[in-house]
Design a protein around this ligand. Structure first.
Ligand code: F6R
Length: 226
């Protein structure tokens, strides 16, 4: 494992640093492929990216980590809508370079066809999920349909009017897909995430804690704030 754990003083700082990692990649001038998350944690990072009108998005292709099944794509909480609202509607990215997993694509082949992911940003679920690879997900999993964990459904209920509205399935990038990314940046905020980060980074590498596979990645940074 070659991991860097960085605790920063504020969510604003975390968001700025995460955005900076993305900007550095884009400014390199080469075509860049990013793996992108939704959820609470990356919202500040997306705000920072939107603020910077100097970023040239033309050479950037994005692959979102996951998408719900069972809600309309136009539902305000679909991940496509989340991304449009928080990032894509505000930047000059070619919409043909924006991808979400769905049940019909061979997402892994698409990612491979463009040369693989250069940088993937991850959040982490309280149960150790990354993307929607819930506990028990095989380490060699690729993009597929999954059932969401009870805890994930409960955690995500905050985005819906009621828990009954939360989708119970999603399409997610697999753990193997994520591990193939050249660089990974995991962002997490709140003391409630500290236990699972510790377990994932220093505990046993086990499919019961999907994020523990990240210990085997050789270019991993974790940015954390309380
Ligand atoms: C969402 C995703 C999830 C979230 C995780 C943390 O695209 O991949 O794994 O990153 O559930 O979510 P927040 O940031 O809301 O705590």
């Amino acid at each position: 494992m070659k991991a860097l754990f960085r605790k920063v003083g504020s969510y604003e700082k975390l968001s700025q640093l995460a955005a900076l990692e993305i900007k550095k990649k884009i400014q390199g001038g080469n075509p860049i492929k990013l793996g992108l998350p939704t959820g609470d944690t990356p919202i500040g990072m997306y705000k920072e990216l939107v603020k910077d009108s100097n970023i040239d998005w033309w050479n950037v292709t994005t692959f979102n980590l996951d998408e719900y099944i069972g809600i309309d794509i136009n539902h305000s909480e679909s991940y496509k809508n989340f991304m449009n609202r928080n990032l894509f509607n505000h930047i000059d990215i070619d919409k043909f370079n924006v991808w979400f997993p769905d049940q019909t694509d061979d997402y892994d082949a698409m990612i491979q066809a463009v040369g693989g992911l250069d940088l993937t940003i991850l959040g982490i679920g309280a149960n150790g999920h990354i993307a929607f690879n819930e506990p028990g997900s095989p380490f060699n999993s690729t993009t597929r349909v999954v059932d969401l964990d009870k805890q994930t459904i409960e955690d995500n209920a905050r985005f819906f009017n009621s828990i009954e509205e939360v989708p119970t399935q999603a399409v997610t990038m697999g753990l193997e897909t994520i591990m193939k990314s050249h660089e990974i940046l995991l962002i997490a905020k709140g003391k409630k995430k500290l236990d699972i980060i510790q377990k994932a980074m220093f505990g046993e590498i086990t499919e019961e804690v999907p994020a523990s596979i990240l210990q085997e990645h050789d270019n991993l940074t974790i940015l954390y704030c309380e």
